[in-house]
Design a binder for this molecule. Sequence first.
Ligand code: NAD
Length: 255
Amino acid sequence: MLLEGKRIAIFNVANKRSIAWAIAQAMAAQGAELVLGYQNERTRGTVGRLAEQLTGVKAVVPCDVSFPEQVEALQETVGEKVGTVHALVHSLAFAPQEALHNPYLFTEREDFLTTLEISTYSLVALARAFMPLFAHEASIITLTYYGAEKVMPGYNVMGVAKAALEASVRYLAHDLGPAGVRVNAISAGPINTVAARGVPGFLNALELHQAKAPLKRTVESREVAAAAVFLASDLASAITGEVIHVDTGYHLMGV
Ligand code: NAD
């Protein structure tokens, strides 16, 4: 029971394949009380039904990060439902399809701004909204991908957004450290989710990963979730500003 007595907000679950859902299950199994976020009416019902499967879900709340007022409203809604919060999980991203299908050179300004707003700035906005809710020692966890570090053709503007996300982890770790808030990222290997299937060549990436990774297999979302449990727990009390690879070792390889 690594998370007994901890209250954790997770944004966003879309369906049972979402990494956020694997994290919710793992955290609930370790005794956490949860607030689960969903993006819109399209996912509300699914997330509500999933939430019923877990004991310890205290609230299911809307959060579309393209509406700043929705992010700001979380402070009050979450505060009312659970009071203080010990961890915030940011597991959401979006890039317009054209930006993933065209070469990066041709990324439109609007698509660039949308991708960075939804996938990167949202971490900053959520962290700020939650500051008044955080318990003395709190943990922020976000999800990133190796495409931030190396060119993964087809990942394009999302790679740039993830690079900015990883830099944001370091700057937020600096800003929030004095308040006892740790900020870390998990760089997950490819997992078959809705978001991942939107990336051209994703199935090839899965095969390549299996062939090249030292552990000769792809990662499972429960393994990513286990790392999130660790980062949210007191076991990780001196870890901040890190990007932890949970990718069966793929990032080690040169060829
Ligand atoms: P997913 O499709 O299940 O989750 C993506 C989430 O982003 C959904 O819940 C969706 O509602 C949310 N989202 C999109 N636009 C939003 C908006 N405007 N406001 C609020 N929420 C919004 O896919 P996933 O793979 O579980 O993705 C979760 C995170 O993990 C993402 O940051 C993704 O980049 C990252 N990640 C995924 C993989 C992978 O291979 N699946 C690998 C590394 C990192």
